[in-house]
Design a protein around this ligand. Structure first.
Ligand code: ATP
Length: 255
């Protein structure tokens, strides 16, 4: 896969909304029948801020993101994005409020071309800008996707599909992007490419909420992190502090 390149500047969140939008989550819980997946989790993601959630298998990371998108039954005191009370927003309307979602496992449409996959991401557009302009901006950020625009998504490598999934989320011009384990199954070189993309998105003013088992990537890509264990927030801190914490080094960095 080619190196991600180009500028994400044109993909910056729109105008003053970027300064005011922020995610506030308090006492979020998710249960699947008798299984308690997330228990009273609280955190914030400020406008343009990059926040990471690390944790082992089954810690509740994916359930947290799905709960924010309204994709699983949830209870919460607050899920607010800017002025919008997301507890009252239907799942298919969350994107309209400026939140993009890159699900675990990418979920691209294998029988559709790269370009058609991207255009599907623009299906719900919260503003009236040109879809073609946004497509051009995504191709600027991911020249590799431009080169493969007519290829079937199912013929792409795992890393290329991951870039496509991120590109598709960008097509709705989100202020905040939720990313679920974008490094999963990728080689170290491709994980470096993901880091480069995340840094570009951040530099362009997008807020990111990155869920990962890869603590090293998360500490490089985000400023603030939560450690989730058994559905609860076990630790929070700056990436700088957490990566020097003895327990984090042992359990999550294998040092
Ligand atoms: P991973 O890194 O493996 O994706 P995770 O931290 O994202 O793990 P979740 O997928 O949120 O964790 O799972 C949290 C808990 O909820 C686990 O015990 C899991 O088995 C359980 N769980 C997740 N989805 C369901 C479901 N649909 N039905 C029942 N239990 C579920």
């Amino acid at each position: 896969m080619s190196e991600p390149s180009g500028s994400a500047q044109a993909l910056s969140p729109r105008g003053d909304e970027a300064e005011t939008a922020g995610l506030v989550v308090s006492n979020l819980s998710v249960h699947y029948g008798g299984v308690r997946a997330v228990n009273s989790v609280s955190f914030t993601v400020g406008a343009g801020q990059c926040v990471g959630i690390i944790g082992a298998n089954g810690a509740g990371k994916t359930s947290t993101l799905k709960a924010l998108m309204g994709l699983v039954p949830r209870r919460a005191e607050t899920i607010r994005f800017g002025e919008v009370d997301l507890t009252k927003v239907r799942p298919n309307d969350v994107v309209r409020h400026g939140i993009g979602y890159v699900p675990e496992g990418r979920h691209v449409f294998p029988g559709l071309s790269v370009e058609k996959n991207l255009l599907l991401g623009a299906y719900v557009r919260p503003w009236k800008g040109s879809t073609r302009d946004t497509l051009t901006e995504v191709f600027t950020l991911f020249p590799m996707l431009a080169d493969m625009r007519h290829r079937l998504a199912g013929a792409l490598s795992g890393g290329q599909q991951q870039m496509l999934a991120v590109g598709r989320a960008l097509m709705s011009n989100p202020k905040l992007i939720l990313l679920d384990e974008p490094s999963m199954g990728l080689s170290p070189k491709l994980i470096d490419d993901i880091l480069t993309v995340l840094q570009k998105l951040s530099a362009a003013g997008h807020a990111l909420l990155l869920v990962e088992q890869n603590a090293k990537l998360t500490f490089e890509a985000t400023a603030t992190c939560l450690v989730m264990e058994n559905g609860e927030v076990a630790m929070t801190g700056t990436a700088t502090d957490l990566k020097t914490d003895h327990r984090v080094r042992q359990i999550y960095l294998g040092l």
